[in-house]
Write a protein that binds this ligand. Structure first.
Ligand code: PEP
Ligand code: MG
Length: 746
């Protein structure tokens, strides 16, 4: 048996190094014919008319403009039948279709395998030989395996095989912040710590001193930048600078760099190793929110490195006039701060995700942003660019016609945003007078002010993981009190739902390694982890109660609850915590306690728990994941993971019915609360409290104020009688259109 993995890896790696699609397809067919030892290897790609276009061939002559009509020939048969066809004598097959131009009559055998991408046949890979003998079973299996992997590459190759036109080049990324921006590119080329070469250090004492001087000077720089921002940018940006200051003061970072220097590295490589260690800790996490924090650490590393180099790349000198689009691997908060907001039209990051700090800030200040777009090869500062944060796309070298089209969209969008702005201080109330409470989800101190600015009526979900992860040991009770106090100070008399530590599985604490698990999502996480480490839970609960300082707005939210015992043990712990604090002289108000309904097992137990809990918050992200048995972070199944799936809707409706029957206060804090189609269904079910990201809150408020509960109920009734998610989505979009809310269609 050939080493499939080795051959495959080599082909895939070689192809990735080649830029032009023409060269890529040529490399594929040449490599395969060599590995299998056949006379011909050809690659066909399906076009819009279902014709099979011959993109490349090793062995066939004159392949220019060769295409097979839809369904024709053995190639068409492979595509239609969706399985390999392996025959000794092609010409004797009834489906044989002779193409004179290629002189293929000299090749007798034929083996074709389909290239399938996300369920669709996108091409056919064919090998042929002069000898009239079928391909060996071993080679056929090899080809099938290769084809399944090659489909990923071929899917990205245009079906002409030629490089796309350089006009209107469209690159797809991730939606970072909504809106459309048109402007000139300004590349943010900050020094990259990852490129620092290794070098030994002769004098660790002097190097460590330099490290401390560097820390002090960068802290001063950050303070100065923060002050320079003044009131021009929102508080959220300042909050992120606070987070940078916190990281710079973190003993874990300071110690690690010192240790690397003592191990013999000069300061830049000590910094590189340490920053990459902490960045990787975050990158490996399952939770997309925490995962995205690795970029903050990278930003900070580059900032330290730039300061060490003595230059100041974040000061964008000689800014061009007119609208600017910042473009870079990771556009930092300092880059954003260096451009007047009135001039900043957009942000494009080659890396990063929806929950990156860059995206959080961009949302807060309303700058269209696309993340994770990959390197825009050849783009220069000063070139015109369109950033479409609504669709998550970037268009370079736009033509006049495309520009005119996007300008029209911008002016339409501006009047829409103006409309939303005017709603900020208005209540979320339906046309028939039903009041809905809109709160925000947060987890970083930096996210607090955007929530308040968007008109949030409280924090519906405070994810407490961050203070635990950015350290080298468990935060003490006192340290947690300091963090939580800032949250209560910002949200004074508004409700704050603080979730106990939802750690475990892939969300590992660097100082508390959890053994690796086969199925982390089904393993030791959430309350299962904290009850097994009850000392952590006790400290956290004490810190929350102390931070609330006797006020009644603290609500403790328990993640991943699935059994009565978990609730009983927690109640006992809460009693103990209250008694302890009282006897220590603290004023307190016993917090209300509720659970996230995210493990399906919790649903049918709610009636038993009605006297044990004060409220319920539906965690629709995990609930959908567990009901559909689909990993919420897995791109392979992302297309099918949808929280308006009939199974999810019926279960949520069941939760609402049970909560009503037992007078349990109910809210929902998953991504469903940010999705207009889902929100209409939730309102139809009777849910009157939602928590979402601050960026989406104004849109959801607009939806609620434009809707009648009768309309929501009608849509719900229809949706509950439908057995597939596609029709529900379509109906939802039609409903939005009929309400004049087509801007809200995702
Ligand atoms: C959820 O599961 O819906 C939820 C809000 O919690 P998280 O996304 O933090 O798991
Ligand atoms: Mg969850």
């Amino acid at each position: 048996m050939k080493n499939v993995i080795l051959a495959l890896t080599r082909i895939v790696q070689d192809v990735a190094l080649v830029e032009s699609p023409t060269d890529q397809v040529t490399l594929i067919v040449d490599s395969i014919s060599q590995v299998i030892g056949v006379d011909v290897c050809s690659l066909y790609r399906i076009n819009q008319d279902n014709e099979m276009v011959l993109l490349a061939s090793h062995g066939l002559d004159s392949i220019e403009n060769v295409k097979l009509p839809a369904g024709k020939g053995l190639v068409g048969l492979v595509a239609q039948s969706r399985h390999a066809i392996n025959i000794a004598d092609a010409a004797s097959h009834p489906d044989y279709f002779y193409i004179e131009q290629t002189h293929e009559e000299q090749f007798r055998s034929f083996c074709g395998v389909p290239l399938v991408h996300f369920g669709d046949v996108i091409g056919v890979l064919v090998v042929q030989s002069k000898q009239a003998q079928p391909l060996s079973d071993e080679n056929e299996a090899f080809l099938v395996t290769l084809a399944s992997q090659l489909a990923l590459i071929v899917a990205n190759i245009p079906n002409t095989g030629k490089p796309a036109s350089s006009i209107n080049l469209r690159s797809e990324g991730i939606k970072g912040a909504p809106g459309i921006g048109i402007g000139t590119a300004q590349l943010c080329d900050s020094g990259n710590l990852n490129d620092v070469p290794d070098q030994a250090c002769d004098d660790p004492v002097a190097e460590i001193k330099q490290w401390h001087d560097l820390l002090a000077s960068v802290k001063r720089d950050i303070k100065a930048e923060q002050a320079a921002l003044g009131s021009e940018l929102s508080d959220s940006v300042s909050g992120i600078f606070d987070a940078y200051q916190m990281l710079l003061s973190d003993q874990a970072l300071i110690d690690r760099v010192e240790a690397e220097i003592n191990a013999g590295h000069w300061l830049p490589s000590a910094l590189r190793f340490s920053i990459s260690y902490f960045a990787e800790l975050f990158r490996a996490m399952e939770d997309p929110y925490l995962k995205a924090r690795h970029e903050d650490i990278q930003h900070l590393g580059n900032k330290l490195f730039n300061a060490w180099q003595g230059d100041h790349p974040n000061q964008l000198e000689c800014l061009p006039t007119g609208p600017i689009i910042l473009v870079g691997t990771q556009v930092s908060v300092s880059d954003i701060a260096a451009v007047p907001t009135s001039q900043l039209a957009g942000i494009v990051c080659f890396e990063g995700a929806r929950l990156s700090h860059t995206a959080i800030v961009a949302n807060a200040i309303g700058i269209p942003t696309v993340m994770g777009v990959g390197i825009l090869k050849g783009l220069q500062s000063g070139e015109q660019l369109i950033v479409d944060g609504n669709e998550g796309q970037v268009i370079t070298h736009p033509s006049k016609a495309v520009l005119a089209e996007f300008k029209q969209l911008v002016s339409k969008e501006q009047s829409f945003l103006h409309q939303l702005d005017s709603l900020r201080d208005q209540p979320a109330i339906t046309k028939d007078g039903t009041r809905v409470r809109l709160m925000t989800n947060t987890g970083l101190l930096a996210d607090i002010s955007p929530g308040l600015k968007s008109g949030a009526e409280g924090i519906g979900l405070y994810r407490t993981e961050i203070p635990f992860i950015v350290r080298d040991s468990f935060p003490t009770e006192e340290e947690q009190v300091q963090v939580y106090r800032k949250v209560f100070a910002a949200y004074q008399n508004k409700p704050v739902y603080m979730r106990t530590l939802d750690i475990g599985g892939d969300k590992q604490l660097p100082y508390f390694p959890i053994m690796s698990e086969e199925n982390p999502a089904l393993g030791w996480r959430g309350i299962r982890f904290t009850l097994d480490n009850i000392q952590l839970l006790m400290t956290q609960v004490r810190a929350m109660i102390r931070a609330a300082d006797g006020k009644s707005n603290l609500h403790i939210l328990l993640p991943m609850v699935s059994s009565t015992n978990e609730l009983d043990v927690f109640t006992q712990l809460l009693d103990d915590a209250c008694n302890q604090l009282q006897s220590e002289g603290f004023t307190l108000d016993r917090p209300k306690v509720g659970i996230m309904v995210e493990v399906p097992a919790a649903i049918s137990q709610l009636p038993f728990w009605r006297n044990k809990i004060d409220f319920v918050s539906i965690g629709s992200n995990d609930l959908s994941q567990y009901l559909l048995a689909m990993d919420r972070n897995n791109a392979q199944v992302a297309g099918a993971y949808d929280h308006v799936h009939p199974a999810v809707l019926h279960e949520i409706y069941r939760i609402v019915t049970i909560a009503n029957q037992h007078s349990l206060s109910l809210s929902l804090c998953g991504e469903m609360a940010s999705d207009p189609v889902a929100v209409m269904l939730l309102l139809g079910m009777g849910i009157r409290s939602l928590s979402m990201s601050s960026a989406t809150l104004p849109r959801i408020k607009w939806l609620i104020r434009s809707l009648d509960t009768v309309e929501a109920k009608t849509f719900l009734e229809q949706a509950l009688s439908i057995d597939n998610v596609e029709t529900i989505r379509q109906l939802g979009n039609e409903t939005l259109c009929s309400l004049g809310l087509s801007e809200l269609i995702n």
